[in-house]
Every structure is written in structure tokens, then in C-alpha cells.
Ligand binder design. Structure first.
Ligand code: ADP
Ligand code: MG
Length: 228
């Protein structure tokens, strides 16, 4: 079931996760494993429960049944960057940061996402792509073991989205986080992820290993395996 090519320890293990709204059960018993350093895409139709599952794994919502184990710290980024408009970009990134040197660490993170020239800007003056990069910096500055991304590039135009893809790949190769990437863009899933999970009718219908040639992989073969 799990990708044998995935080295690394398990950082997220969800077993039999259920969640209802009212008397409608949206998640019927989700099993999901995320290994350290792995990028897993979660695709599915609108309304299939992707965001609900992501929020549960992020600790922003509770499951009704099942077990969730997360080993390590989590950070989240959403489709809407959710920056506080009355704080500078730097302050948005450093807000609630534990440990010393919060401002300096925020500047470093902003530099990594290519926003060193915008640290003192107000969020409302950023372009969509810049705002989303600030949101990634805010997540990354926390050095998460697990990054949870809910359609982070969904609102970007096609070219900006491609830039964002290479940025995420670059950040991944520097930081080595594990990521769960919710997207309804199957192409994006295949480009970015090691595995693609398909959520259908409240359950994981497919768990597809993607092993295509891409720069961040060392020993690639063009193999796409379908496992159920
Ligand atoms: P997706 O992210 O795949 O589009 P969601 O997880 O947002 O799907 O939603 C799954 C289902 O749960 C939808 O039918 C949605 O209407 C419902 N739902 C999500 N959040 C709530 C909520 N807070 N209250 C009631 N229903 C909700
Ligand atoms: Mg959603």
C-alpha cells in the first residue's frame, strides 16, 4: 500500500478518520500515511472533503472517529494568503513566532521566497503571487516537519502558478518538509507529488505513486504505478 521507494519515517498516520456535518458523513474512514520528506497530493472533486481532511490533519478541526498521529510540527497555507492587512509583510511572517530573532528569521524566510524587497510592504499592496509567497514564508519560518497546503496556488494565473511550483520544489529541497498538497489540478499533483491520493465518496479511492523524472529526484525512472 505504501510507496516502498519512500524512505523516511512516518510523520502523519491517520486511521479510520470520520467526520460528519449534521447527519451527513463527509469522511467515511480515511487511512492516510505521510512519510518524512514526502510530498503527497490529495485530489478530488469539489465538496469531496479535501479541506475537511486537511483541517483535521492540521489540528484545526476534530475528527469524529478514528485515530490521528502526527509526529512533528505542522504549518498550514491556504488558497487565500490570510495576511493581516494592518501588519507589514515581515510582521505577518514573524507574528507568534517562538524563539529569538523573530524579525531576522522572518526576513530570511522572505528572502527565500524572493520577497526581500517587500518585507516592509503592506499586504494589500502585494500581487497575488507575492501574497502567496509571503504566506509560504510564514509557514516555513516555523520549520515545520509537515506542511499542509490547501489549494495554495489555486487562485494564481497559469504563469505565476508555474513559478510557484518551482519555488515549492526549491523550498522542499532546502527544508525537506513533508507536505500534503490539496489541489483539484491533477497536473499540478503529478508535477509536484511523490504520490497522489484520490478522495472519492469520502474515502481514498486511489493511492498512485508518481515517479517521473524531475530535478529533485536522484534515481528516477519514468514509472507511474497505480495501486488501489
Ligand atoms: P472540498 O475541500 O473537497 O471541496 P470540503 O471539505 O470543503 O470539500 O467539504 C466537504 C463537504 O462538507 C461539503 O459537502 C461541504 O458542504 C461540507 N462542509 C464542509 N465544511 C462544513 C461546515 N463547516 N458546515 C457544514 N458543512 C460543511
Ligand atoms: Mg476545499
Amino acid at each position: 500500500m505504501e510507496g516502498e521507494s519512500m524512505s523516511g519515517e512516518t510523520v502523519v498516520r491517520a486511521q479510520g478518520i470520520t467526520r460528519s456535518f449534521g447527519n451527513v458523513e463527509v469522511l467515511h474512514g480515511i487511512d492516510l500515511t505521510l512519510h518524512s520528506g514526502e510530498i503527497v497530493a490529495l485530489v478530488g472533486r469539489s465538496g469531496s472533503g479535501k479541506s475537511t481532511l486537511l483541517r483535521i490533519i492540521a489540528g484545526l478541526d476534530d475528527q469524529h472517529g478514528g485515530r490521528l498521529e502526527v509526529d512533528g510540527s505542522r504549518a498550514v497555507a491556504f488558497q487565500e494568503p490570510r495576511l493581516l492587512p494592518w501588519r507589514s509583510v515581515r510582521k505577518n511572517v514573524s507574528l507568534n513566532l517562538s524563539g529569538g530573532n523573530a524579525a531576522a528569521r522572518a526576513v530570511t524566510a522572505l528572502d527565500e521566497v524572493g520577497l526581500s524587497h517587500r518585507v516592509d510592504a503592506w499586504p494589500l499592496t502585494l500581487s497575488g503571487g507575492e501574497a502567496q509567497r509571503a504566506s509560504l514564508a510564514r509557514a516555513l519560518v516555523r520549520n515545520p516537519e509537515v506542511l499542509l497546503l490547501d489549494e495554495p496556488f489555486g487562485a494564481l494565473d497559469a504563469l505565476t502558478r508555474i513559478e510557484a511550483h518551482s519555488l515549492l520544489t526549491r523550498l522542499w529541497s532546502t527544508h525537506g518538509f513533508a507536505a500534503l498538497l490539496v489541489t483539484h489540478d491533477v497536473e499540478e499533483a503529478v508535477v509536484l507529488a511523490d504520490r497522489v491520493l484520490v478522495l472519492e465518496d469520502g474515502a481514498i479511492a486511489y493511492d498512485v505513486a508518481v515517479d517521473v523524472e524531475r530535478p529533485r529526484h536522484r534515481d528516477d525512472q519514468r514509472v507511474v504505478e497505480l495501486r488501489e
